[in-house]
Design a protein around this ligand. Structure first.
Ligand code: DQQ
Length: 541
């Protein structure tokens, strides 16, 4: 449908058509990055789930390949659901995925490349002894899914974890294996958090607290913390926490129990779910993928013939400055799409103003922006009312006015500002007089259409002494991925502009604070398209 084609993204991964959800089994093999994904080959709504497959040399330019796995066995006939890949020390690959059986029971199955000499991994074999793990006693047959990548432990065994729930407590069960065909359930759980419900798509991986590089999934010891992430089925958000993994009894303990998994930090406060990392051994980094879903109606998805995109792959590192969160940042290869740029130096944005930024087109952008609030405003905050309980979602969005915010950017805006997606900082004052910074994105005026979701998203962002306020935005037609303070707080917006499309899209600075003058410096690149297309034998990338 041409009418809706402007919504298609130009440099985010999305299939040619039909429904996609979770990223599955990402890996790097013989020079190619592989991305698999939950895919319905028959329509633009969830169902008949297979593993779609694409490859890339650089995580940006993808080639579509034939489906990797389809539901064709009793143990996955109701869906080849989410799973993960593990690379063994000899370089070979095993995949564990959830099958929904002929009786709708969630079981874990083993698959592997049918021809390991093929760098494209076109053909996949399912282990004839599947399923390899069935729901253990006491676990509901509909509450047992999404096995992680396995990690190797000093006792010579592999471990992996599978998300579940027990009553309303979200849990992660641990299995051990030596051969990937037979498994033992480990006593106890890796972790449990009351009240968080079903844990989908658990991810568990080490980060280095001393170096910038990523770590292979089996690394543990001094200078290592472990991230535990659960996708909460009840709220559709990806919660994580940093902690320590004790291999001797297979438990993980959060650094900060009051910010535990499911009650503390979220990878991305916007539209981002069922994410998964992999270790990229070619560049010693850990890369995160997440599913960006739709918030329009199912009918609109059917009409446009597709649904969902994947986030830009993001490098995940420990934040060595705050030491209490991770950082997410678009993979370096994203910058290969940068074309011409415009620079804006120290633009004054007085309280209550909107300032247009003159860029040629504004639908495919990479924006880096730095904001400085003048000292007089910051020092004069003694008299302002405490608003430290500020909450992006309930604040009235970018139109709500405080002494020191909101200020930031309006992207995917038309010239009349009837449509706009503001991404902004809001500085609030605590009762004790301390300033706190929030990072938010407001979809409430993102579209003149009224049958699409319009949320105000966001959260606190740590700002250390002497740091400027910085944000990076990737704008791609109907997606805005926003990273504050080097990726401490991240928000993805899925928006449906009707006016602010193609040549009509604009970018503005805005400052809706009542008492703060702001100066902004920016660099804005036009972004090339990634021209994602089917693989053909003749081509070389
Ligand atoms: N999507 C898959 C499940 C997973 C859910 C099914 C998360 O395996 O729990 O498509 O979005």
């Amino acid at each position: 449908n041409l009418m809706l084609s402007w919504q298609r993204t130009a440099f985010h991964f999305q299939p040619e058509n039909n429904w996609m959800n979770d990223p599955n089994g990402p890996l790097y093999y013989k020079g190619w990055y592989h991305l698999f994904y939950q895919y319905n080959p028959d329509g633009a709504v969830w169902g008949n789930i297979t593993w779609g497959h694409a490859v890339s040399k650089d995580l940006i330019h993808w080639l579509y390949l034939p489906l990797a796995m389809i539901p064709d066995q009793w143990y996955d006939i109701n869906g080849v659901w989410t799973g993960s890949a593990t690379q063994l020390p000899d370089g070979s690959i095993v995949v564990l995925y959830t099958g929904s059986t002929d009786k709708m029971v969630q079981v874990q199955n083993l698959a592997y490349p049918a021809d390991p000499s093929d760098p494209l991994l076109l053909r996949w074999a399912k282990y004839p002894g599947n399923p390899v793990i069935i729901p253990p006693p006491g676990i509901g047959s509909l509450d047992f899914r999404d096995p992680t990548t396995a990690w190797f432990t000093p006792d010579g065994k592999w471990r992996l974890t599978v998300g579940s729930k027990f009553h309303k407590t979200g849990i992660s069960l641990v299995y051990q294996t030596t051969n990937f065909t037979t498994y033992d359930l480990v006593d106890g759980v890796l972790h449990a958090v009351p009240g968080t419900g079903m844990w989908e798509c658990v991810d568990f991986f080490p980060v280095s607290t001393t170096d910038e590089n990523g770590l292979d999934t089996s690394v543990n010891g001094p200078g290592v913390k472990h991230v535990l992430k659960a996708s909460l089925d009840d709220t559709k958000e990806d919660y994580y926490a940093l902690g320590t993994y004790y291999v001797e009894n297979d438990t993980w303990i959060p650094d900060n129990p009051v910010a535990d998994v499911g009650i503390g930090m979220i990878y991305d406060y916007g539209n981002f779910y069922a994410s998964k990392t992999f270790y990229d051994q070619s560049k010693q980094r850990r890369v995160l993928w997440g599913w960006i879903g739709e918030t329009d109606s199912e009918n609109a998805d059917i009409e446009k013939g597709w649904a969902s995109v994947q986030s830009i792959p993001r490098v995940v590192t420990f934040d060595h400055k705050t030491r209490s969160n991770i950082l997410q940042w678009p993979v370096k290869e994203t910058e290969s799409l940068r074309l011409s740029s415009d620079e804006f130096d120290k633009v004054e944005v007085p309280a209550g103003s909107v300032v247009p930024l003159n860029v040629s087109t504004a639908t495919q952008l990479d924006i880096i922006a730095e904001f400085v609030v003048d000292n007089a405003s910051l020092e004069g905050t003694g008299t302002i009312e405490a608003d430290g309980g500020y909450d992006c979602s309930t604040s009235g969005g970018a139109a709500g006015r405080g002494a020191l915010g909101p200020f930031g950017l309006l992207v995917l805006a038309d010239k009349s500002l009837a449509e706009q997606t503001p991404v902004y900082f809001y500085i609030a004052k605590d009762i004790d007089g301390h300033l706190k910074t929030f990072f938010c994105a407001d979809e409430s005026r993102s579209s003149l259409a009224n049958d699409v979701g319009k949320h105000v998203y966001g959260s606190l962002v740590p700002v250390l002494d002497g740091e400027k306020l910085t944000m990076r935005l990737l704008v791609d037609h109907s997606i805005v991925e926003s990273f504050a303070q080097g990726g401490r707080t991240v928000i993805t917006s899925r928006v449906y502009p009707t006016e602010a499309i193609y040549g009509a899209a604009r970018v503005f600075l805005f400052n809706n604070a009542t008492g703060a003058s702001v100066t902004a410096s920016l660099k804005i690149w036009q972004m090339n398209s990634a021209f994602i297309h089917p693989y053909s034998n003749e081509q070389e990338m």
